[in-house]
Design a protein. Structure first.
Length: 123
């Protein structure tokens, strides 16, 4: 190769794809670093009745459990009390910033039932 020879130019598409790949790599690393620097928030669970349906066997209340924390809660125990009737359920898990549903059956209309999360464990 002599000093006067020219190097072939790289196609614009090749440079564009290299830039795109670099940008995606930088973005992925940035997200991982940002997530790693965020403080851990334990599960913050709350339960509420979102729907009631009358059936031949009584009233069925759909309860939604919401986790406002970052961490997943496992074996979530919830309880609903209506007068002298108590119903309990266990959800396998509620993901961080997610929700899960459970159903309770009562003899009377459960619109005034008290629903609460009793406890959970770490997955």
């Amino acid at each position: 190769m002599n000093a006067n020879s020219t190097h072939p130019k790289r196609p614009v598409l090749q440079w564009s794809m290299a830039a795109l790949g670099g940008a995606v790599t930088v973005a992925a690393i940035s997200v991982m670093v940002w997530e790693g620097l965020q403080p851990s928030a334990p599960p913050m669970l709350r339960a509420r009745i979102v729907e009631i349906e009358a059936t031949a066997a009584g009233h069925v209340a759909m309860v939604q459990v919401t986790n406002d924390g970052n961490e997943t809660a496992a074996a979530v125990k919830i309880e609903a009390v209506l007068g002298d009737q108590t119903a309990t359920a266990t959800l396998d898990y509620v993901p961080g910033h997610g929700e899960a549903k459970a159903y309770f059956r009562f003899d009377a209309n459960p619109r005034t039932a008290v629903v609460r999360v009793q406890g959970w464990s770490a997955p």
